[in-house]
Design a protein around this ligand. Sequence first.
Ligand code: MSP
Length: 661
Amino acid sequence: MTKPTYYITTPIYYPNDKLHIGHAYSTTVADTLARYKRLKGYDVRFLTGTDEHGQKLQRKAEAVGKTPQEYIDGIVEGIKKLWERLDISYDDFIRTTESRHTEVVQKIFSRLLEQGDIYLDNYEGWYCTPDESFWTERQLKDGKCPECGGDVEWVTEQSYFFKMGKYADRLIQYFHEHPDFLVPESRKHEMLNNFLLPGLEDLCVSRTTFDWGIPVRENPKHVIYVWLDALTNYITALGYLSEEQDLEERFRHYWPADVHLMSKEIVRFHSIYWPIILMALDLPLPKQVVGHGWLLMKDGKMSKSKGNVIDPNQLIDRYGADALRYFLLREISFGQDGVFTFESFMDRLNFDLANDLGNLLHRSLAMVNKFAGGIIPGPARLTELEDELKSLVLSAVDQTEESLEKKEFSKALDAIWQLVRRGNRYIDETAPWALHKAGDGERLNTVLYTMFEVLRIVSVLIQPFMPKTSPEMWKQMGLVEGEATTWDSARQFGQLPEGLKTSPGDPIFPRLDVEKELAALGVLAPAAAEQKSVKSAPKTEQASQPKEEGAGLVTLIDIEDFSKVELRVAQVVSAEKIEKADKLLKLQLDLGTETRQVVSGIAKHYQPEQLVGQKVILVANLKPVKLRGVESHGMILAASTGDQLVLATVSGDIPVGAKVK
Ligand code: MSP
């Protein structure tokens, strides 16, 4: 049976500078989808590359006394190295200066010229070099580029134009007939209302004021202007119009693309100009254009001038590729903008990776070592507890798949982490150390086996997100890749072979001292961090000893202790009473990146319907517990005295998920 194909692309990046974590975000997302589809049995083609022409690159190279190609080659080498370090499993890397691209772009231009879609005219308008975009007087913001806020130049020159208007109606109809063509939905409305419906202007597709580009064969003083050159990479890389038959076949095999991925600022080019170019070439349109949000810093977009650009290499060097991948995929709600802070990065590493996942693996390894000579035993009789875990596994796999199909990466990881946390709780509940002490070997074997079975299933599910961690877990568990590690094996509880010889290694995600890390990364001055850690050193020994203060016993904590508590704004989505528990309400809370279930003892003070829509403060990193058999994952804050209780709510326009400090 032939496998279904899946062709996914990232934007081709400008190699005018080193790439930052924003670029790494797009590429990681594409890689996660490519890996997932491969695991699901698709014939995947994953393309990335570099967009190497244009005036900006030419000027940049001149400024450092290099030819454009020399300058670009150095940067591209760094980009390829970065993708290798980040485990980006691309199948092809296209550079727009390669002849397999330039020659085909010339053929495409000739065809469009011949059939009258492209014509020669004069152009007058405002041009923004950094964005390689033309703007009308009306579009300028205070005389500056509306996109980047930079200076624009008045340009008058002869140019070739593409008759966009000719295809606009067909494209509008296409938008209506293919509701999933452009996602998220909001971007579709923006494209229709701001560009398509008011009427499309013809697109300038050649320039004569610089020569770092692909010459128009019919009129070589013109070079093909960047977007016609850039967008066509998605077909030239496959082999469109190639003279080699197998390449042309490859094109027919994979085209149309399943997903073109990018962030919102270039959605216009991909969802309007690109489909129109394809229509003119009589080619099918891509199935989906996906415009995600921006990764921002606290002070807005990353830019060299603000000095807030983060090099992914810096994070990979210190924490490994998977930590960065996990953070990007987990922290940002796909489609929306997300803010990068070192603090939130450290939190994810410490809470999710070290405390939850790392801990589950290492305590399991330590226990099997202590109680079973390092060999994972076979299970005896399974109890209700294991049956409950089995059904949680199934729902975690379903939710992971469903969320990945919808590109909701954070939700997918949340589903996997529910399982990780349940695994840790299973250990607490079954207390293998007590079973060992009591000499209950049968039950102990079942528990040890089950712990590792949960770990196996987690390791299978995290493969698309964290491609280095899965094999590392297998190694430590004594599992050979291919043996119970296929995607489908995650659904089959009990696939873990018995008798595996474990080999514990270093912690997969060691817990970090946040202040030391911030200092090492240059976020905090090293001296300040040093001082703080000296001051806090004795604290560990006395952590739980209350100090006497005044008349009463008051436990003093320092800021580090407080920072262990993760407080977040959450919105009540629904609330309901719990049978036979007249004090408790079961709440579903929206945290932005996930929905949490929390049981709260407020039923005497609030009716369920009063709570819906309220923004409350959630202690988000509390160990989950069961209250009257209902799982509660966190606690909401309230003030109380005597009989009175009032929930701590948040007023003002603050998004859900925001940290309370
Ligand atoms: N060369 C064009 C794209 C041509 S595609 C036919 C270009 N290059 S770029 O180097 O500026 O890269 C833009 C892309 O990088 C964005 O669309 C996005 O995918 C990614 N990102 C760059 N900065 C980003 C953030 N701060 N946040 C998220 N993604 C970011 O435009």
